[in-house]
Write a protein that binds this ligand. Structure first.
Ligand SMILES: Cc1ncc(C[n+]2csc(CCOP(=O)(O)OP(=O)(O)O)c2C)c(N)n1
Ligand SMILES: [Mg+2]
Length: 818
């Protein structure tokens, strides 16, 4: 069903002007009576205690970093420690109004937020719940260390658990919250709603949007906060995240019962500086950060500037904004002003600001000011607070003693990392709900169209059918997607032009009729946020499929693919899973920025699975595999092949469900004299080369389609080389640094004794991709493969080369860098 938001020229051509919704600044009015009534004495005192815990925790870290010792405990911390001394009220105020099910994703400066969010959850959960969380997390390993010291209550134990778990994580220890694999900038504790913190500034913005989409689409309670720095407003992904979160379709096109926009709050912890660059007045165009909201939607994102030096002003704002978000009227932007009295890191000499400025903020110190408020108003007595300080101090000392000890807190063994790079935990569905489908599949026009096609491209007489008569590769992908949509209620897909258009190459065509908006929707042109939201959706517990029209556009989503999707399973030590499939197409005909094969770039980054089917059978079987998996997959598709029918599997593309075994290459043609390994669409040119080698030179070529890039089992290729003793490799990726080079080097190591000559790699030229009329000079052709065999491996009797594939030319090109 096409979308129904007609654009009327009568309307849009009218003169007029627009006004932005007002953005209030620091409107909170302190009122001690009202505050006591609203929060209660206990919570008011608790806020001070949590701020104190954070301040001391970070002062302690500073001492370990700079002096190698704190309170008689010796330890030299070598890793990062981005402290937030001065910002405690902003963190604690935020968490005062959050429930355990609310999520906070933060930045490199998040120790305070981890502690604040966890303490807030501890105050709200029952003893039984706390007990269970601690018993289950890392099978109780973190808890067992903490239990070596005595505690008065479960809550008391839980606080020590949080202090120790965070500190042990910062020190890179195995009982740490992420087994020491995350460290200071990535530590988090999901059971209490403290979600991944990101060393890539602004990185949490689009991940938080995906997490909020997960909550909205799967009707989960709570809101999601992206807590990021003021200077991170300059990051493209931050803006993309706000664009994606602010799309009007949540209200105009999604079913009303879905409840509106994803509940995401962009909380800019505005300490007025990046590392040394000053935002207002120097690196930013707007004097008040909150003004950014006016550029994002008609509601100015309900933006406000909030006094982050008063925890109660923050708590008030968060509580109000939470209501807005739960009502589906998000996203929200908060400009929470605060100040980092500490340097960016302990080595920061604060050369970019005056001592006078720091002194002034120290005079306003949020911790001292709030303590004074409690005492002045009789909410707490000096002696009561002093006793609490004493108790906190002891708690911190115990946590530090255990965290520095290698007996209590050993380092994780390196092999542990290998076990968490992938979760390898396939699952049919990630929730038990009934999947939401709009239309019985039998009635789906695309399903009916496919039903009228032959499953194989080869007819009974052995002739190749025309493309419109056989199931195409894009149909095979459609079938895999349809299957998983019908089984896994959490599965959602988004990307540019995904819905009515059906994705740039029609893979999704027909799904518009089959699926409600919240399971398949058009995204803003925000490749970073498209993938980043996929990361957030997946790590929150759902299955996401995102599409980037062209592989070349991965450049726009580089961080999200390489630093986020690839890293979070391992950085969480397996706590998180990443069932995310990133579909990218490899183009041709459209020149330098639309025709690249970047398999090697993706393969180079640990933590991603990489697949590139070249046949319809594989397209369906491999996508089925990816869509049942729990790991991030970059799924390459060739635009040259979308219309192609199945030519290899005798029965064609099976109608039912099947998977291609992971990592196993496919032999497309058996032979005994030379092995040709291909990736992607070059397979078909290699098969033509094999025909010609047979006909003209009597050389029998075995053609192997690698189809998997990561993981890849080399056994079958090595076995082939043991038979043929010769290896040529061909793909459309540029020759330099292409994945074929890795295959060639690996086979050379694994089967060196079997090779008569070094493997010959036939890739595209190390040029820009030229116009379609010149493509045969750029992409490997049948002749290149034959000439390479002749020039580099074994002379073919009577062969006359028509292209230059010699080692001499390779040396020349290498020297010239082309
Ligand atoms: C993408 C990226 N660019 C640069 C950095 C280096 N860096 C670390 S912190 C920082 C300043 C961030 O400022 P802001 O967002 O205001 O957060 P704050 O440090 O003030 O909490 C920079 C530039 C980074 N980690 N990530
Ligand atoms: Mg800042």
């Amino acid at each position: 069903m096409p979308q129904s938001l007609p654009v009327d020229p009568e309307d849009v051509r009218k003169p007029g002007s627009v006004r932005s919704a007002e953005i209030p600044l620091n409107r909170y009015k302190p009122d001690v009576k009202a505050e006591q009534k609203r929060f209660g004495r206990e919570a008011l005192v608790r806020a001070w205690r949590e701020m104190t815990a954070i301040r001391w925790f970070e002062n302690m870290l500073n001492a370990f970093k700079l002096q190698g010792s704190w309170e008689g405990i010796d330890y030299q911390h070598g890793g990062p420690a981005h402290l937030s001394v001065g910002q405690e009220a902003a963190a604690v105020g935020m968490c005062m109004s959050l429930e355990p099910e609310d999520f906070v994703f933060g930045s490199h400066r998040s120790h305070g937020e981890i502690l604040a969010k966890c303490f807030s959850a501890i105050a709200r959960l029952s003893d039984e719940q706390l007990d269970r969380v601690m018993a289950e997390y890392h099978d109780g390993e973190t808890r067992r260390v903490v239990e070596r010291d005595s505690h008065d209550s479960v809550r008391d134990l839980a606080e020590s658990f949080v202090l120790y778990g965070t500190l042990a994580e910062i020190f890179g220890r195995k009982p740490g919250f992420n087994r020491g694999l995350g460290g200071s900038m990535h530590a988090f504790f999901a059971p209490f709603g403290s979600m991944p913190n990101n060393a890539i500034v602004g990185g949490s913005a689009d991940i938080a949007v995906g997490s909020a989409l997960f909550k909205r689409i799967n009707r989960r309670p709570g809101i999601v906060v992206a807590s990021i720095g003021d200077a991170s407003l300059g990051c493209g992904p931050t803006w993309e995240a706000m664009m994606l979160a602010a799309m009007e379709q949540y209200r105009t096109l999604w079913d009303a019962e879905m409840g509106g926009a994803p509940p995401v709050l962009f909380n800019f912890m505005n300490n007025f500086y990046g590392m040394g660059g000053q935002t207002a007045g120097e690196t930013m165009g707007q004097g008040v950060l909150a003004r950014a909201g006016a550029g994002v939607n008609d509601r100015s994102m309900h933006a406000e500037r909030v006094d982050g030096y008063n925890p109660l002003a923050v708590a008030d704002a968060i509580a109000r904004k939470k209501e807005t978000l739960l009502a589906g009227d998000g996203p929200v932007l908060l400009d929470t002003i605060t100040y980092r009295i500490s340097g960016h890191s302990p080595s920061d000499a604060s050369s970019y600001r005056t001592k006078e400025e720091i002194r002034k903020w120290q005079e306003h110190d949020c911790l001292a000011g709030y303590r004074e408020y409690l005492v002045r108003n009789g909410i707490a007595t000096e002696s009561e607070l002093a006793a609490a300080e004493e108790e906190l101090h002891e708690k911190l000392k115990r946590a530090a003693t255990r965290a520095v000890s290698l007996d209590d807190s050993p380092r994780p063994p390196g092999e542990l990392i290998e076990t968490v790079m992938f979760s390898n935990a396939p699952a049919d569905r990630l929730d038990e709900r009934e999947p939401e489908i709009r239309q019985p599949f039998e009635e789906n026009p695309r399903v009916r169209q496919i039903a009228g096609r032959a499953r194989s491209a080869i007819d009974a007489e052995g002739n190749v059918l025309s493309q419109s008569k056989a199931v195409q590769l894009r149909d095979a992908l459609f079938e895999a997607l349809l299957h998983r949509f019908s089984v896994d209620p959490t599965m959602a897909a988004w990307g540019e032009e995904n819905r009515d258009w059906g994705g740039a190459f029609g893979v999704y065509r027909g799904l518009t009729e089959a699926l409600p908006y919240h399971r398949l929707f058009n995204a803003s042109i925000s490749e970073g946020a498209i993938v980043g939201a996929g990361v957030g959706y997946a790590l929150s517990g759902g299955r996401a499929v995102v599409e980037l029209m062209y592989c070349d556009f991965m450049g726009r989503a580089g961080d999200e693919i390489f630093n986020q999707a690839a890293k979070w399973q391992a950085m969480s030590a397996g706590v998180l899973k990443m069932p995310l499939v990133i579909r990218v197409s490899v183009g041709s005909k459209y020149g330098a920025q639309h025709s690249q094969d970047w398999t090697s770039i993706v393969a180079h980054i640990p933590g991603l699975k990489v697949m590139f089917p070249a046949t319809p059978y594989d397209a369906k079987g491999m996508l089925n595999l990816a869509l049942r998996g729990s790991d991030p997959v970059v799924f390459f598709e060739s635009q040259r092949l979308y219309g192609m029918g199945e030519q290899f599997e005798p029965g064609g593309v099976p109608e039912g469900y099947y998977e291609v075994p992971e990592g196993e290459p496919a032999v497309r043609r058996s032979g005994s004299d030379v092995t040709i390994v291909t990736i992607g669409a070059t397979l078909y040119r290699a098969l033509e080369a094999a025909e010609e080698l047979e006909e003209r030179y009597g050389m029998s070529a075995e053609v192997i389609d690698a189809r998997f890039i990561v993981p890849l089992n080399y056994e079958r290729i090595a076995r082939s080389v043991a038979k043929t003793h010769r290896l040529v490799l061909a793909s459309d990726a540029c020759e330099r640094g292409g994945f074929l080079q890795t295959i060639a080097a690996t086979v050379t190591r694994l089967a060196f004794d079997e090779l008569d000559a070094p493997p010959a790699v036939v890739g595209s030229r190390n040029w820009i991709t030229p116009s379609v009329e010149m493509e045969d000079q750029f992409f490997p052709q049948k002749e290149w493969i034959i000439d390479a065999i002749h020039e580099c491996i074994v002379p073919l009797p009577g062969h006359r080369v028509t292209t230059v594939q010699s080692d001499t030319d390779l040396a020349r090109r290498t020297r010239a860098g082309v």
